[in-house]
Design a protein around this ligand. Sequence first.
Ligand code: ZN
Length: 557
Amino acid sequence: MEANARLSLAIAPFDNVLNSPNPEPALSLIRTAIVAGLAAALVAAPAAGAFAAPLFAPAAKASATKAAAPQRRPVRFAATAPAPGGLLVIPASGADQAGARAASLLPEQRAAIARAAKAAGFSYGARKTLVLRGIGDFDQIILLGLGDKPAANDIQMAGAVIGRALAGDTGAVTLLAPDMDAAALAELAVGFGIGEYRSDLYSSDRKAAAAAPVTIVADAAPAAAELYRARGLPLVEAMEWARDISNEPANIVYPESFVERTRAAFAGIPGVSIEVLDVPAMQKLGMGALTGVGAGSARPPRLLVVRYKGAGAPDGGPVVLAGKGITFDSGGISIKPSANMGNMKMDMSGAAAVVATVLSLSKSAAPVNVVAVGALAENMPDGGAIRPGDVLTAMNGKTIEVINTDAEGRLVLSDALVWSERNLKPAVLVDVATLTGAVGTALSDDYAGLFSRHDDLAAKLTSAGAATGEDLWRLPLHPSYAKDVSSTIADIKNSGEGGAGAGTGAWFIGEFISRDIPWAHLDIAGVAYGAPADWKPAGSAGFGIRLLDRFVRDWGK
Ligand SMILES: [Zn+2]
């Protein structure tokens, strides 16, 4: 019964003038079936065969059916407002601007809005909202504060706040911004789409987004529509992809299914090629660190490489973005405490961010040369697992003493960086990882940690972060960290002495790339996921995609 109801929702017609078509039926149905199938397999399997192949078969199907029912309203831009009704949003920095933007309303409606805003003491501060009812034919009129002199990312975040606030409403939404320029209008639409994202992937109550559109009314509508189509929507879709794959539980997303979902997401996009290294291929290359981390799991590791070269891309080596993709981090033999261990399904957020960045760039046909490298493994403690004290040999022959099997992100990245340097000849390499708890202790969720020996690269990343609202704070790579990670039995050890946990982790990774290649490490452990906020639900924040999309487009300019 319920399944049928969901199916009809999913196939209900919806306007996709600007939203890309979404041909796959009711994912929730498929997901339900998969979970049921897994449960049945677990019950049916004999103890010794609990991790045998049949367990994986249904989940492998899951990865082929990527998308859910539409998560977003269709977006329209129009020069004139539709008939009064539904939800009307007036974004403004102050009362005068709100009055001007509401010029298409009747004089008594404008007066009522002004009176109500004044009576409520509404300040039009950034991301503040005031809901008014009983005015004209509108179900609600919502004043959306933009704050003083909003930058592009402030407008995007205001859009996200209103997108999230209205995600459960079914009525048509009209945003009045007649004088806003095309770039700001596109940001508003992007934000609205980001804000509509829902993380309740397996909730029986999960519904498709309203079929009624959001209409953004402005004089610059045609130019805004083109900007949104060309660049905005690909970014929204990429963030949605990254947050979905991060929020998915680890019984659904593991290295092989991560690869399959990547293939599905990129199918048919010009200029993209995907390469995948399995365990025998990695062993042949001597990638003992990455394969070592995956050795304790029944789900084998992978190295995922997504290349994109757009028409008009500059000559020279690509921008390489390498991501930590631990699809579940139990800690391994150095097992983590139970509290919040479930969040470790999101320990692949770095890999999700770099793949999604290339998704956004390729879908928007950006004139760039970029490669995402995902170091994918599940860190589990079975009889094949690496132990504290073990020595692993990375692809470049460097030997690594494993002090702590929970410091596995740097291990998988070490082989990913060596492979990237040898096979991609990077012009620049940025790695992205939920690497250390220490970075959150230092920077909370206000900043991701940035480590680099290349000042120009650090400056470019910092400014891309500031422009997109994904802020970075540069932390040191002090030469003393070399001593902190020195081993008595091997070339290096994977856990540092001393207190700079985020810094020694970064130092370790930097030992696996030549110093003349511009390299930066982003530790996103404090910002990649968390509690609900005004612009996002609980779970993945999709951190890094906006920042890296901007960084790659600007690289070399
Ligand atoms: Zn770990």
